[in-house]
Design a protein around this ligand. Structure first.
Ligand SMILES: [Zn+2]
Length: 425
């Protein structure tokens, strides 16, 4: 067996192995939800009605049924792109029409991105206007759906084309260590995006208004002073025009840091609960989670660029994935193949990355208990679990693969434990 055939076989093993693993995890999750559908877990029984619990169960089960179809379609699409010869066809088309230059590389990437987005469209539509709508979450109109789509496409072009152009140019011009330069360009681009996101990108999609004076603002300002956190402003975002689900987040860094509350969060939580949720988010900043996660992701991308350099320099990589580069090398084809198949090889290892993020969630909860009101944090979380129809009874293995947060019951137990510890000392 040649190297290319060997790689093709490994690729197919991982591809179908992942599909079976995903379907198995979905089945476990569905079973766990169905098993607990008829009674609210005792920690939540006083706050969540059986009716709300069953609605969450039905919603989660419907999302699982939907994701099964997505898994299969994703697999078929990846096979069409690679071994089915679609990437190969697109490569030949642009090389014959335009030759081997930077423009061809950009068009190859854009064509694959466009086709993938087109395939994704009916899924996004069904998710918003059938599933989310059926359970009363969707508040988006079809007009807004298409406006968002168009805006994202334009942004993707404005941001993506220069980034790809720089990477492809470095690929050809920067010699053997091009991948280190490309990685640096990628890191700088990410920082630039973080910098401009709050003031330039987010306002294209949503309206941001200053948090009005009142109890929430008073509490939040007192909390910020207490923990020593400087911000460039407190904002309310009109998230309710897309979904009734609630959240809060912090964005930007350095002097552009702002705190953003979804209007849906302010509508659902009391002022003290809002303060407790924010205290949790501030915990992530104060305990340096954000910066550690960023360093982790940049180191990981350094390794990814190194592997990209190695794979793209080997003919087995292209031939094993159904592409013959007989018209000349193509950074675009290498990049697309690489990132299309990367997740196939990394999915089985996803529980390793969520271990870290879950550890941080416990630490941020502890920070919130120490700097705010622990009981209010519990009642806020319970309200959010209920209103966002999160399942309270997930399967452990499923959570290990997919959840960045600890399971609801485990998290609430840990917070109650922190409250008990705090009152003792
Ligand atoms: Zn968190």
């Amino acid at each position: 067996m040649s190297n290319a055939q060997c790689f093709e076989l490994i690729f197919l093993l991982f591809l179908f192995g992942d599909l079976f693993l995903k379907l198995y995890l979905d089945a476990r999750q569905a079973r766990s939800i169905r098993l607990h559908r008829d009674s609210v877990p005792k920690d939540f029984a006083s706050a969540i009605s059986l009716q709300a619990h069953q609605k969450a169960a039905d919603y989660c089960l419907e999302r699982i049924r939907f994701s099964r179809i997505e898994h299969v379609v994703d697999l078929v699409w990846l096979l069409i792109l690679t071994l089915g010869g679609l990437i190969s066809f697109i490569y030949r088309f642009y090389y014959q029409a335009n030759g081997n230059d930077l423009l061809s590389q950009i068009f190859i990437v854009l064509t694959v991105a466009f086709l993938s987005a087109l395939l994704n469209l009916p899924f996004q539509w069904y998710s918003a206007f059938h599933i989310e709508a059926k359970y009363g979450f969707n508040t988006m109109t079809p007009a807004r759906f298409f406006k968002d789509l168009l805006l994202s496409a334009v942004l993707g072009l404005v941001i993506g084309v220069p980034l790809f152009a720089i990477i492809f140019w470095l690929w050809e011009a920067a010699g053997a260590l091009w991948w280190i330069w490309a990685w640096l360009a990628y890191v700088v681009f990410n920082f630039a995006l973080l910098w401009i996101y709050p003031s330039f990108i987010a306002p294209l999609f949503n309206k941001f208004t200053r948090l009005p004076d009142g109890e929430v603002a008073d509490r939040v300002n007192a909390l910020l002073t207490r923990v020593g956190f400087a911000t460039n402003g407190l904002y309310v975002m009109d998230a309710s025009k897309r979904s009734s689900k609630a959240n809060a987040y912090m964005t930007g860094f350095g002097k552009t840091k702002r705190i953003v509350f979804f209007d849906t969060l302010l509508a659902k939580l009391s002022p003290i609960e809002t303060e407790a949720v924010l205290a949790h988010e501030l915990g992530h900043y104060k305990l340096r989670h954000i910066i550690k996660m960023m360093l982790f992701s940049f180191s990981l991308s350094f390794v990814v660029f190194f592997v990209l350099d190695w794979a793209s320099g080997s003919s087995w990589f292209y031939e094993g994935l159904g592409v013959q580069l007989y018209l000349g090398s193509s950074p675009a084809v290498a990049l697309i193949l690489f990132f299309e198949v990367l997740s196939v090889f990394t999915f089985p290892f996803s529980p390793m990355t969520s271990i870290l993020s879950r550890k941080y969630e416990f630490q941020a909860d502890r920070f919130a208990v120490q700097n705010s009101d622990g009981k209010a944090l519990v009642s806020a979380l319970v309200k959010l679990f209920k209103d966002n129809a999160s399942t309270l009874t997930p399967d452990k293995l499923y959570s290990a693969f997919y959840s960045s947060h600890p399971d609801a019951a485990i998290r609430v137990d840990a917070i109650n434990q922190e409250i008990a510890n705090a009152s003792k000392s």
